[in-house]
Design a protein around this ligand. Structure first.
Ligand code: SF4
Length: 456
């Protein structure tokens, strides 16, 4: 726990990096404008939000049944369904498919879950190239980084940063515009799509009654990932299921509005199994891997179960004042921001990630913006309690808190020490507010003591 927590505190100094902050602020402010416009298109926004929440509540109340229904229906269309208890089981399934089919090149799209299981690193070990094809993911992969945000992976980069990166890595003009960069990547990836053996995607939704995978995206690369390679692997968390195809038009729009402010994303695809007899395109083989990796623990706990309602829109990250300052990388986890801080301890352990629940002011903005009404700040508070209950808070911390409560419990105790003593103590203790902030100078006499002296 200590190492990750210490690293978190160390990395959070990025909050004082003005350049980083202004790029982040600029990108989030653009997002806010679009999302506000998107939301204003709903005449009955509150009712729509309640509807989304109700559907998701219903799904998680009968999750096993809907998953079995999904499995049965997609298998009937010729897909193979494999269940994975954890990352290593998922990687084992994938490795088998890649090696059996002598794969050399894998193209990927829309798959934060592949980050969760460290898919790219595993492919590297196997000597297989795994290439991101979403523009944002391609940019961070090119820079040797991880996605910074669950929906906007390169949110921390300005257009100048990207032009400079491509100039260094690919020799494109240093003053390339975003359109030039997009054109370059389109050409570059087209070749890769043609030669890829396997396409890997996530799934925005798994539709139980038709046995379909839903993908929603803006670049068309998801469609190419499933159309060109012979094999399509879908990696999906078990919480992604939706009861019926009837719900999809609503959820596609709902996700679009909260993710980017669009009415609906540009490309929306339903995939119900591999290529069927008589069809002219689509993969020959389709493997769906349903990943648990700690989700059952969330499911089995009625207090936190609602966290499984998440549709990964990213709204809570953008609204969070802590995320807005420390950014995505400080969390040190695949899922960041409020939902990341709620889920990661269950997916990767409270021992390592329990401290993430402290990365919140508990202001409740995350809960207010969540399109499926997850009470995120309540869940963060619950995680804090669990973290302390499971791992304690450290002898030094407890002793310090006791001393704090005793001293600050009575004004007279604080006033026992004069300003000079407090200043000296602060110097010894180091800056309690952290690097980048200035501790105010303690006055020679406190306000209450001055008040008393003047009113004697
Ligand atoms: S918790 Fe809610 S706001 Fe946050 S990503 Fe999930 S659905 Fe969006």
């Amino acid at each position: 726990m200590g190492n990750r927590r210490t690293k978190f505190i160390k990395d959070s100094v990025i909050a004082y990096d003005n350049r980083h902050h202004s790029t982040l602020y600029f990108n989030i402010s653009k997002y806010n404008e679009s999302v506000q416009t998107g939301k204003s298109r709903y005449d009955k926004f509150a009712e729509a939000r309640q509807y989304a929440s109700d559907i998701k509540n219903h799904v998680i109340s009968a999750l096993p049944e809907y998953l079995e229904q999904f499995e049965e229906n997609i298998k009937a269309r010729g897909a193979e369904v494999l269940w994975a208890r954890d990352s290593s089981e998922a990687l084992g399934h994938i490795e088998k498919v890649l090696l059996e089919n002598s794969a050399h090149l894998v193209v990927k799209s829309k798959s934060m879950i592949s980050e969760e299981i460290r898919f790219n690193e595993h492919c590297q070990k196997l000597g297989i190239e795994a290439l991101e094809t979403d523009l944002g993911e391609f940019i961070v992969q090119t820079d040797g980084q991880k996605p910074y945000h669950i929906l906007t992976p390169a949110m921390h980069k300005s257009k100048e940063d990207v032009a400079d990166l491509f100039h260094r890595k690919f020799g494109t003009p240093a003053d390339s515009s975003p359109a030039d960069i997009a054109a370059y990547v389109r050409n570059f990836l087209r070749e890769k799509f043609i030669h890829a053996d396997v396409g890997v995607t996530g799934a925005n939704f798994l539709v139980a009654d038709t046995g379909s995978i839903c993908l929603t995206e803006n670049e068309g690369n998801g469609l190419m990932t499933i159309s060109f390679p012979r094999i399509h692997i879908v990696l999906a968390g078990i919480e992604r299921v939706i009861p019926s195809i009837r719900h999809i038009p609503f959820f596609w729009q709902w996700l679009g509005v909260h993710g980017t402010g669009q009415n609906i994303s540009a490309y929306n695809t339903l995939i119900s199994g591999p290529r069927q007899p008589g069809e002219i395109d689509g993969p020959e083989k389709m493997v769906v891997i349903l990943l648990d990796n700690g989700r059952s623990e969330v499911y089995n706990d009625p207090d936190v179960r609602e966290a499984l309602k998440c549709i990964r829109c990213g709204a809570c990250l953008n609204a969070c004042p802590v995320y807005q300052h420390i950014g995505g990388y400080t969390y040190g986890s695949t899922y960041t921001g409020p939902i990341g801080s709620v889920l990661t301890p269950f997916l990767s352990g409270f021992k390592e990630f329990g401290h993430l629940s402290e990365a919140s002011t508990l202001c409740g903005r995350c809960s207010d913006v969540c399109p499926v009404k997850i009470p995120l700040h309540d869940l963060l508070l619950l995680n804090r309690q669990r973290n302390v209950a499971q791992h304690g808070s450290g002898l030094l911390w407890r002793a310090g808190m006791k001393a704090f409560v005793f001293t600050f419990g009575k004004r007279e105790r604080v006033d026992l020490f004069n300003g000079k003593f407090k200043r000296r103590l602060a110097r010894i203790a180091g800056n309690p507010l952290g690097k980048g902030k200035h501790t105010p100078r303690f006055a020679d006499r406190s306000f209450s003591r001055n008040w008393k002296l003047q009113n004697l």
